[in-house]
Write a new protein. Structure first.
Length: 146
């Protein structure tokens, strides 16, 4: 599962990178602090997921979100920001964000979501063997009277 990090804080990018290193199947494919190079990277190599802050150097994360939704609607954009007021949450979700997380309180929720998405991606790709056997034996006339 390829992940692009777009955040103006080098400290936050490092923290996210370290967290993602602990999630099997997650691979950071790039990091950006401003919208223009992030959008260009997404255009040329769309990741599975974009972790996006609203406040960026030289612009807004909403620019990135809108570009992704328009050009690559299958890419999941997960907003992770200190601007967690309801107005920002509403704007981001209406613009097509897959999820919205508050940096002050939702790191654990973000980690859980990413872990779940990585697990699902591993199953989908065949990296994880799934037991497709039925949990009970077949009974041809179960519930029928003789």
């Amino acid at each position: 599962m390829s992940i692009l990090i777009v955040d103006d804080s080098a400290l936050v990018r490092r923290m996210l990178r370290e967290m993602l290193a602990q999630i099997e199947g997650a691979e950071v494919v790039g990091e950006f602090e401003s919208p223009a190079p992030a959008i260009e990277s997404i255009r040329s190599h769309p990741p599975d997921i974009v972790l996006l802050d609203i406040q960026l150097a030289n612009g807004s994360g909403l620019e990135v979100l809108r570009a992704v939704r328009t050009e690559h609607p299958g890419v999941k954009v997960m907003v992770f920001t200190n601007f967690a007021e309801p107005v920002y949450r509403k704007r981001c979700l209406e613009a097509g964000a897959y999820a919205f997380y508050d940096k002050k309180s939702d790191l654990h929720l973000l980690r859980q979501s990413l872990h779940g998405l990585a697990s699902a991606a591993r199953v989908e790709s065949g990296d994880v063997e799934v037991n497709h056997q039925r949990p009970w034996p077949e009974t041809g006339n179960m519930g029928q009277r003789s």
